[in-house]
Structures are given as structure tokens and as C-alpha cells.
Write a protein of this length. Structure first.
Length: 653
């Protein structure tokens, strides 16, 4: 790669960066201008003009949750007749199902047949909590309005709330015997007790709500929370409901929708770890995530499921059926440009329902951290929510890395030191396997002057084959395997991939300080740039720079070996670390810190191994082998034997 080529690549990259920054700034300014105008119109009561301005803003930056909520509110206020407003109707301006209005008046009473009396009421909240979890339960819809994890904070030190009621839908949908649609999310429940707060400090506490129909028939929700648990029992009783439900209905639909809020500083890293996960009944766990090309993805699952989870990087909201969901339809929508939300998730799951004799529905919620040990204790294969990789990578993480990490954590509180010791342990375990490879590299360094002589002797292009044959003959006579230096990398690759999965998903590292890194689970930053570079980001990670420098150092040592002085190889030597620097700049600081330590220890091991190589002994063996005929390989012997059997003469040397 000559100087002109390098300059050309740099110029193309600079033009690309400049165009991206310019285009993003232009779009941001246009969007902000429309939002300021729309907010002003909205505040002054000019709702029609405000709606037009918000819709224009969405064309610049689609799928903004805050704007969608305001549009829903405007549409509710401007509706010609309140009775025509439908809770889950599709909003033409946004393309999404409308959410409950953020403010203003409630929708008018709908005709719910025997449940019409529950269409109006006064909303209130009941708190159910223990030392780990606080649930706020709304009488409207009888749903969990919000779930706060007491032991955790967001990256900006705010209470960590997995979701809130203004952006969440939860309830059962079905038809009555007189063909009236019922959506329990819209109706008002009544508490059995007047108690507003339940604290499960010593014993399990339960909140009982009832959605009344006529003639003493009702739907009953029972939320139960035990001390020191993230799992919530949720039992649904259909009391004398058989004759109220349509006779041809063999199932009811559980409707669960929520916006997934951003909780971590590194949004790019967090978005890479969000997904909907679900477990097939008595089978494996599967993952459903947005594709890179689509804003909204949807899939229909026609087989039975045990649970459905809305998974964030470190926390999850899970609904679990102790029997099974008979089918489901799920979707995921990217909230592009939103400063508050990452995804909009929906799930509609079918629950078997016997009209003649309705049985209780036994569900469970898990609102908590993606902590491997905690999830493992809960069962139902919930530990699959922790991203550990697949096949051998997951095996290494589960049975090697996590046990060592947890064992060290019992005695050491500093996670930077834990990672250092973990790296040393891994290197010590691998050293017996890699020592011979280090020796091969050192021997090839001894042979480098002879290889240089062959390069001079066969300098012409047409002598390339002769040069390669001469080099291989030299290696064979010296007893050196030119590919032996690749073995350490091959042995380390599964470990590296395991760490690539372990560190970004390890909640133990979340918000843990070490040196200049304020949070080992996300990127460290020593400098914030006034602009964003594509792939790289708008900050400078020192651990990533140290990782890149140490990689170049180890590659330089390997690159000094024969055969690595070709122009293509030199270019690859420098380009690969740079590419990793761009990609890993936004990744976990613990990951780049580990790579840095692994590179330094590799360099030290390689340097120490070379000291045990006697250059004079290698050269003496080479001179001795020169006097001996080169032994034929088994492959060559088989070829000659086959030629003899066909009556052909043996080729002469």
C-alpha cells in the first residue's frame, strides 16, 4: 500500500465523515424547529396547526414516542364525537396503535355489555413492594402501572423504572355473549380492601382487585409478592363468567404493550442487547430482534409458549404462564431519535379458555435484573435472558468464566483487579498449550536472515514458486512449523469470543468504577468530541486506545517472522487493529481493558519464551539436516506407489 493509496483512503473517510455530520446537523435543526413551533401552538390551544407541525416533525424523524403521545392527545381532543374514539385504533399520522392520552379528558363510556358499569370510575393506585421491588398497581385496567427496582439507578442516578403506565398497555381482550368487545385495560377495577400499601417484609403480601360485571359475576386479579423476590405471582379468576363470554370463543387474548426506556449511558451498546425473547413450551428459548433494515418487525408464533420477555441489556420484564400460551403475535419497533425510549414492544398471546367451566389463569411476572445466578434459581430457563453466546462460547462462560468470576468476587471488591486476576488465570491455563507455538515463532526469528537471503536470490516475480519451495525446505530441515505461531490465536479465540459476550452483559460490572472508567459495563471516555464520527462515536476511550496500541505491539513481534514482510500482510497488520478500535470504542470498558491485559501478557509470554531458544542449537540442527536427504512425505509416498501400480515409472528428482 503506497502513500497515494493511503492519502486517498484518508480523504474518502474524511469526506464521508463530513457529509454525515452535515446531514445529521441539518436534520436535527429542521426537527427542532418544527418541535418548537408545534409546542408553541399546542400550548396556545391551536391544536389543528399543532397536529400538522408534529406530523411534519415525524416525517423528518419518524417514530418519536413523545411526539406520538402528544398527537394521540390532540386527536382525542379534536375527535368529533367522544364515543367514536377507540383505544387501540391505528393513528394515521404515526402508523401505530394509539396509546392512552398523556393528559386531558378520558374517553367517553364504551358499550361493553355487562361490563359497561366499569367503563367509568376514579383511578387510584395501590403499592405492592418488598426490599427489592416496588410495584404501583393502577385501578384502571388493574395493571402494573410501574415497576421500580430499588437496588439500581439509571446511568444519570434516577430511580430505575422498567416501564410506566403512560406508555404501557396490559389486559385481556375477548367478546361477550352478545358480541361486545371487552378490553380490560380500559376498565376500572375495585380493590377488595381499602388498604393502599402492601409491604412484603416478612411474609408474602397480596393485592386483590375485581372487575365487576352484572349479577355478582366478575374477573379477579390477585398479585402476590414474597420478601426478597423479583418474581410476582399473578392469578386471574373468572368467577361465574362462563355464560358472559361468547360460546364460540376457546381462548382469550393477553395484550401487553410497552415502550422500553433507555437505562444506560452507552445507548449503542444497550440497543445491541435489547430483544424480545420467548421460550417454546417444553423446548428451547428463541430471540426476536429488529432487523437492521426495518423500523418494525413482526412475527406470528403458532406453537405453545411458556414465557415472553422484553429484554434490556441488564434488566427484563417477563410474563410467564405456568401452563402455556397457545400462540402469540409479537412485534418490535425502533424508536429512532427518541432520547427516552429504545423500542416499542407488543405481544398478543392466546390463553386457553373453557366457556363452560372457566379455570383460573396462573401467570407470573419477573421484573428484575439479568443476573445469571438469580435467574437460574427462578427456573423456567430464565437464565437464557443473560447473553452468554452459543455452543462452546456459552459453555465456556457458564462453566468456566462465571464460576471463576464469582469466586474472585467473594474475596475482592475491586472489579478491575478481578478482571486482571481472571486474565492471568486464563493465560496460565493456556500457557502449556501455547509454549510450543511461542518456540516456533522464536525459531523462525532465528531463520529470518536465511529467509532474507532467499528473497534476494529469488527476487524475480517468475521465481515466486521457487522461493516458496526453498523456504519450505529450509523450515523442514530446521524442524520448524511455519504455521505453529497461529496456534495461540486459535486457542484464544473461543476465550475472546466468550469475553465479548460476558463483559457487556455482566450486571456485576454495571456502574462499577475503575481508574478513569466510571462504569465498566459501558465505554470509558477521556475526551468528548464536538461531533460524531461514524462507527467510532463522539468520544475517545482510553482503554480502547491502549488495547489498539498493545495489539500493534504483539502483532509487530509476530510480524517480524519470515513471510510477514509482504505488502498485503503489512497492510492487514495495521488495518485490523484500527478497525477494532473504531468498533470497540463504544463497547464495555471491561472488555477493552481485558483485551489490553491479554495483549500485554501475551507479549511478555512471547518475550520470555524466546529467551529459552538457543539460536546456535537451531543453526547446528539445520547444518546437520542439510547433509541428510529430505524424507518423503506419506502423501508423496502414496503417489509414487500408485504410479508404480499403474506401470508408470517413478518420477526422478
Amino acid at each position: 500500500m503506497d502513500r497515494n493509496t493511503i492519502i486517498g483512503i484518508i480523504l474518502i473517510f474524511a469526506i464521508f465523515v463530513g457529509f454525515s455530520v452535515y446531514n445529521n446537523n441539518k436534520a436535527n435543526k429542521a426537527y427542532e424547529k418544527q418541535i418548537i413551533n408545534a409546542d408553541s401552538l399546542y400550548k396556545n390551544g391551536h391544536l389543528e396547526d399543532a397536529r400538522t407541525a408534529y406530523m411534519t416533525a415525524l416525517r423528518i424523524k419518524p417514530n418519536q414516542p413523545d411526539v406520538i403521545l402528544k398527537l394521540n392527545d390532540i386527536n382525542m381532543r379534536l375527535a368529533p364525537a367522544a364515543g367514536e374514539v377507540k383505544k387501540d385504533s391505528v393513528n394515521k399520522s404515526t402508523g401505530q396503535k394509539a396509546l392512552p392520552p398523556a393528559g386531558g379528558k378520558e374517553p367517553a363510556i364504551k358499550q361493553y355489555g355487562p361490563f359497561s358499569g366499569a367503563a367509568t370510575g376514579k383511578n387510584d393506585f395501590i403499592t405492592l413492594e418488598n426490599d427489592k421491588l416496588e410495584l404501583k398497581i393502577s385501578l384502571k385496567g388493574g395493571k402494573v402501572y410501574s415497576a421500580r427496582l430499588k437496588d439500581y439507578k439509571t446511568f444519570d442516578s434516577k430511580p430505575l423504572v422498567l416501564f410506566d403506565g403512560d406508555s404501557t398497555v396490559f389486559g385481556f381482550n375477548f367478546f361477550t355473549a352478545d358480541n361486545k368487545p371487552v378490553q380490560t385495560n380500559d376498565l376500572y377495577f375495585n380493590p377488595v380492601k381499602d388498604q393502599k400499601s402492601y409491604v412484603a417484609s416478612r411474609d408474602q403480601q397480596s393485592v386483590v382487585l375485581r372487575l365487576a360485571a352484572d349479577s355478582g359475576r366478575y374477573i379477579e386479579y390477585i398479585y402476590s409478592l414474597a420478601p426478597d423476590k423479583y418474581m410476582v405471582d399473578f392469578k386471574v379468576n373468572f368467577v361465574s363468567m362462563g355464560s358472559l363470554v361468547a360460546s364460540n370463543q376457546s381462548s382469550i387474548t393477553l395484550d401487553w404493550r410497552m415502550y422500553l426506556p433507555q437505562q444506560e449511558k452507552g445507548r449503542q451498546n444497550e440497543e445491541a442487547n435489547v430483544a424480545i425473547k420467548y421460550k417454546y413450551f417444553q423446548d428451547e428459548v428463541n430471540t426476536f430482534a429488529n432487523s437492521q433494515r426495518k423500523e418494525t418487525d413482526k412475527t406470528d408464533i403458532t406453537t405453545k409458549l411458556t414465557w415472553i420477555a422484553y429484554k434490556d441489556q441488564f434488566f427484563s420484564s417477563v410474563i410467564l404462564n405456568t401452563d402455556f400460551f397457545q400462540n402469540a403475535s409479537i412485534s418490535a419497533t425502533k424508536t429512532i431519535g427518541s432520547a427516552k425510549y429504545l423500542r416499542y414492544y407488543t405481544a398478543e398471546a392466546g390463553i386457553p379458555f373453557n366457556v363452560t367451566s372457566p379455570q383460573p389463569v396462573n401467570l407470573k411476572f419477573y421484573f428484575g435484573p439479568n443476573h445469571f445466578t438469580t435467574l437460574k434459581k427462578e427456573g423456567y430457563e430464565l437464565d437464557q435472558l443473560v447473553t452468554l453466546g452459543k455452543n462452546i462460547i456459552r459453555w465456556i462462560n457458564r462453566f468456566v468464566i462465571i464460576p471463576i468470576f464469582n469466586w474472585l468476587n467473594e474475596y475482592i471488591s475491586n472489579y478491575g483487579l478481578i478482571i486482571l486476576i481472571l486474565t492471568i488465570i486464563i493465560k496460565i491455563v493456556l500457557f502449556p498449550l501455547t509454549y510450543k507455538s511461542y518456540q516456533a515463532q522464536a525459531k523462525m526469528a532465528v531463520l529470518k536472515p536465511m529467509v532474507d537471503e532467499l528473497n534476494v536470490k529469488f527476487s524475480r516475480k517468475e521465481d515466486a514458486m521457487k522461493k516458496q519451495q526453498a523456504q519450505m525446505d529450509l523450515y523442514k530441515r530446521a524442524g520448524v512449523n511455519p504455521m505453529g505461531g497461529c496456534l495461540p490465536m486459535l486457542l484464544q479465540m473461543p476465550i475472546l469470543f466468550a469475553m465479548f459476550r460476558f463483559f457487556p452483559g455482566s450486571i456485576e460490572l454495571r456502574q462499577q468504577h475503575f481508574l478513569w472508567a466510571t462504569d465498566l459495563s459501558t465505554y470509558d471516555s477521556i475526551l468528548t468530541l464536538p461531533f460524531a464520527i461514524p462507527i467510532y462515536g463522539n468520544h475517545v476511550s482510553l482503554f480502547t486506545l491502549l488495547m489498539t496500541a498493545s495489539t500493534l505491539l504483539t502483532m509487530k513481534m509476530t510480524g517480524s517472522q519470515p513471510g510477514s514482510d509482504q505488502p498485503g500482510m503489512k497492510a492487514m497488520t495495521y488495518m485490523m487493529p484500527v478497525m477494532f478500535m473504531l468498533i470497540l470504542n463504544n463497547f464495555s470498558a471491561a472488555l477493552t481493558y481485558y483485551y489490553f491485559l491479554a495483549n500485554i501478557l501475551t507479549y511478555v509470554q512471547n518475550l520470555a519464551s524466546k529467551r529459552f531458544i538457543n539460536a546456535e542449537a537451531v543453526l547446528a540442527k539445520l547444518e546437520e539436516n542439510k547433509k541428510k536427504p529430505v524424507p518423503k512425505s506419506k502423501w508423496q509416498q502414496r503417489l509414487e506407489e500408485a504410479a508404480k501400480q499403474r506401470g508408470l515409472s517413478t518420477p526422478r528428482k
